[in-house]
Design a protein. Structure first.
Length: 392
């Protein structure tokens, strides 16, 4: 099993409250195995905002996470404010921004999750900061910048785009943190306003060896090569697999995809069972077809040639060893314990039963928010494509 960085709890919050089925670690393992070292970074400015927070926190003797979250919130709100309509804005914070309107722009307010979001981009960027060699350390609030990381963030902070009077971004943000009003400096800190120097550094880091094991060191580079010169649409998955140089990487991607299918089908069974219980029509016969599909997905995972995580191996072995459909369903429900529970030999509603509709399931995978580190394998590949494209 390859070694890879697991953030501390403060840096990696649970982004999905339901239906982990005891496979959190396995999901993160496969995402990192497929695309090492980029964490939840989908665009360059996620890294700039986070590292800007680290630098300014040291200068102002404040907590890095607080400042990084505030810079991110400010950048997002500036973009939201300049959007012609809500459909043009695809970032976080829409609900808070619509509620607060043009009245809330101060550091004190925007550093508070009440005026932005609880789960920031920064929280899923921590792995990328170390994985791309921009910082050292495992906790965001105690990270140190590397030489490359320092060059990257200084380019961001020293832009001459900090508002009136020819301020640089660093000075504008410092005064804002200290209580001053701030100009509308989206050009300096906005998501779509990345400098050429920032792009170049992240391009080089994506093509460099990852800090993973030797067998994974070139995986980002080889995947990027399969993208070719297309910066609009990611190549189809079968094209990527065909053009990859490393067969062990192909095997690992295929195993990760088989894991996704197995986990997704387990989740769908929980949802289907909950739907039947909700209308008092629960009968194991109503789940026979879904359970049959799950067994086929488990067998496909078992036959795949890539690396296996111990948790997903245990899951598949446990379910295949059951004697009948009822026993298999009980095993899945016990692993959930949120939407449904197993008590006194019966399946009953769990404490989060009424929240089950918050998770939308389609034919491919659960819908994922940008920034999640646990998204599907195909989404993880798409994430690398988006990050690479943002560097061009």
């Amino acid at each position: 099993m390859s070694e890879w960085f697991i953030p501390e709890p403060e840096d990696f919050p649970s982004q999905r409250a339901l239906l982990h089925l005891g496979l959190n670690k396995a999901a993160r393992y496969y995402r990192e195995l497929v695309v090492p070292g980029i964490g939840g970074a989908w665009f360059v400015r996620q890294l700039s905002w986070a590292m800007g927070g680290i630098v300014l926190a040291k200068e102002l003797h404040l907590k890095p996470s607080k400042i990084a979250n505030a810079i991110e919130a400010l950048a997002c709100k500036l973009e939201w404010n300049n959007s012609e309509n809500e459909d043009d804005y695809d970032g976080k914070g829409i609900r808070a921004f619509n509620r607060d309107g043009d009245d809330v722009w101060g550091f004190k307010e925007l550093s508070d999750k009440k005026h932005y979001v609880q789960i920031t981009y920064r929280m899923s960027t921590v792995r990328a900061l170390t994985g791309l060699g921009l910082t050292t350390g495992t906790r965001f609030n105690t990270m140190e910048l590397t030489q490359i990381g320092n060059a990257f963030v200084e380019d961001f902070l020293n832009q001459n785009k900090g508002g009136r009077g020819g301020k640089i971004v660093r000075n504008a943000l410092t005064e804002w943190i200290q209580g001053s009003l701030i100009d509308k400096i989206e050009e300096g800190i906005g998501k779509r306003c990345v400098t050429g120097e920032e792009k170049q550094i992240i391009r080089n880091r994506l093509l460099s060896d990852s800090s993973d094991t030797l067998s994974n060191s070139q995986r980002r580079k080889y995947l990027i090569e399969t993208f070719g010169h297309n910066t609009v649409n990611m190549p189809d998955l079968d094209v990527i697999l065909k053009n990859l140089k490393q067969q062990d990487h192909v095997n690992d991607i295929e195993t990760a995809i088989a894991f996704d299918a197995m986990l997704e089908r387990g989740r769908k069974i929980i949802h289907k069972c909950a739907e039947l219980i909700a209308v008092s029509q629960y009968d194991i016969k109503g789940l026979t077809s879904s359970i049959k599909i799950l067994k086929s997905k488990i067998e496909a995972y078992k036959k795949s040639k890539g690396k296996k995580h111990s948790d997903s191996d245990s899951f598949s072995t446990e379910l295949l060893a059951t004697n009948n459909d009822t026993e298999l369903l009980n095993c899945i429900v016990k692993r959930d314990g949120n939407i449904l529970m197993f008590s006194n030999g019966k399946i009953i509603k769990g404490t989060l039963f009424d929240n089950r509709k918050e998770l939308i399931i389609n034919d491919k995978t659960l819908q994922e928010q940008v920034g999640s580190e646990e998204s599907s394998t195909e989404n993880k590949l798409h994430q690398l494509f988006e990050l690479w494209t943002d560097c061009q």
